[in-house]
Design a protein around this ligand. Structure first.
Ligand code: B12
Length: 346
């Protein structure tokens, strides 16, 4: 079976690179027909291939368009697994699976939802970037047993918190996960989630162990949360200023071998992610959001032959722009450089 799985992973990866939907779907259907657990197909084949897609974009080997095309193939493959697991009737309660506003990574939610469906839960999938307005009423009307929120980008942790507020206000437990939460439960706990899980397999166990009713989370208070709210309002100004002053555009090197997205697009992504990391560190009290992001910026620029000093320059400019936000400025000044050092040591 191990060889069969390895062979399937290779063929699936190839189908993503050449955008062959039929091949990808037939690979997963072949595995399911051979008796492979649907959750193994979701985690070890589809999710794993998707992370490779991200690494290719990060290294500048694939453009965003290629990333989109490959993801569409993975969505079709996940739908094939979902069709397969729906052959068995749902025997447990209902779970609403969602991405909060600003979160466009719908596929991880789809994968987790399909894994829960395979375990017998009835699933209501809300999809990407769901606004929190009226969510409370919706949950009240639907009456699910749990809410599962997937968050891949740091900028959506704040809106994920609004999901947690709406769900717990209705007494409904919330499980969270996704790459924005990092590798442990710290950020999930800080945001008041009922539970966190690192992957779809663990999500199945965690959802089965959730309490029936939970108390409403208390409102987010404190100076750090206040700074984050003010930073959201100042976001456009800060990001525009950083893009104008950061010397990335002058430094980037484009070669034929590197199908680089426009310098401006990279600068927009990077600067946005950097400011979002500040938001995340403020509301979760977890400075690793900053060190991880600095390391990510470093690897992105390194793959594009950009002087690594520019990562430190971005940190300095960001800290200077945060002069009206003392907690945020202090976090950047203390932790951004650590991320650059850690990336350099790898
Ligand atoms: C496809 C993709 C996109 C697509 C998403 C389309 C879609 N339909 O989903 C699009 C093009 C929209 C996109 C946009 C962006 N993306 Co993108 N994207 C990806 C990519 C390649 C794959 C995502 C995926 O499907 N992963 C597979 C999932 C299943 O894996 P996973 O997230 O690890 O999930 C597991 C666990 O986390 C957990 N889990 C996940 N959710 C939940 C929920 C619960 C409740 C639980 C318990 C567990 C759990 O279980 C899963 C399975 O075991 C990733 C690379 C990566 N490493 O994932 C980048 C990635 C996430 N994107 C990234 C970035 C930067 C962006 C953009 C800012 C710019 C861009 N590149 O286009 C925008 C931001 C959009 C936004 N605001 O949300 C970065 C984030 C970096 C960072 N430091 O945060 C990544 C990591 C790429 C990279 N290597 O740099 N992206």
């Amino acid at each position: 079976m191990r060889d069969k799985m390895l062979d399937a992973v290779g063929r699936f990866d190839g189908a993503l690179a050449s955008v062959e939907v039929e091949t990808a779907v037939s690979v997963v259907e072949g595995l399911l027909a051979a008796g492979v657990d649907p959750v193994d197909v979701l985690v070890d084949v589809i999710a794993s291939a998707q992370r490779t897609v991200g690494e290719r974009w990060q290294r500048g080997e694939w453009t965003v368009a290629e990333e989109h095309a490959a993801t569409a193939v993975s969505v079709s493959a996940t739908e094939a697994v979902a069709r397969w697991v729906r052959r068995t009737p749902a025997t447990r309660g209902r779970v609403v699976v969602a991405c909060a506003e600003r979160e466009w990574h719908a596929l991880p939610a789809m994968i987790v939802g399909t894994a829960l469906r395979a375990a017998g839960w009835d699933i209501t999938l809300l999809g990407a970037s769901t606004p929190p307005t009226k969510l409370g009423q919706y949950l009240h009307d639907l009456g699910p047993d749990a809410v599962a929120v997937s968050c891949s980008v740091l900028g959506a942790l704040g809106t994920t918190r609004r999901f947690i507020e709406a769900s717990t206000a209705a007494g409904i437990p919330v499980v969270v996960g996704g790459s924005a939460f990092g590798r442990d439960a710290a950020r999930a706990e800080a945001l008041g989630a009922t539970a966190w899980a690192p992957g779809a397999r663990e999500a199945v166990d965690i959802v089965a162990a959730l309490p029936t009713v939970v108390p409403a989370v208390p409102p987010m208070a404190g100076r750090a949360a206040g700074e984050q709210a003010a930073l959201e309002l100042a976001h456009h100004r800060i990001v525009t200023g950083l893009r104008e002053r950061w010397s990335l555009a002058a430094q980037i090197v484009t070669t034929e071998a590197l199908p680089l997205d426009s310098v401006d697009a990279i600068a927009v992504d990077v600067v946005n992610q950097a400011v979002h990391a500040v938001w995340a560190a403020l509301i979760t009290d977890d400075p690793r959001a900053l060190t991880e992001t600095a390391g990510w910026v470093g690897s992105l620029l390194d793959a594009r032959d950009v002087n690594p000093e520019l990562v430190l320059e971005l940190g300095r400019l960001l800290a200077a722009d945060l002069r009206d936000f003392p907690i945020a400025r202090d976090l950047v000044a203390r932790h951004w450089g650590d991320g650059v050092l850690a990336a350099g040591a790898r």
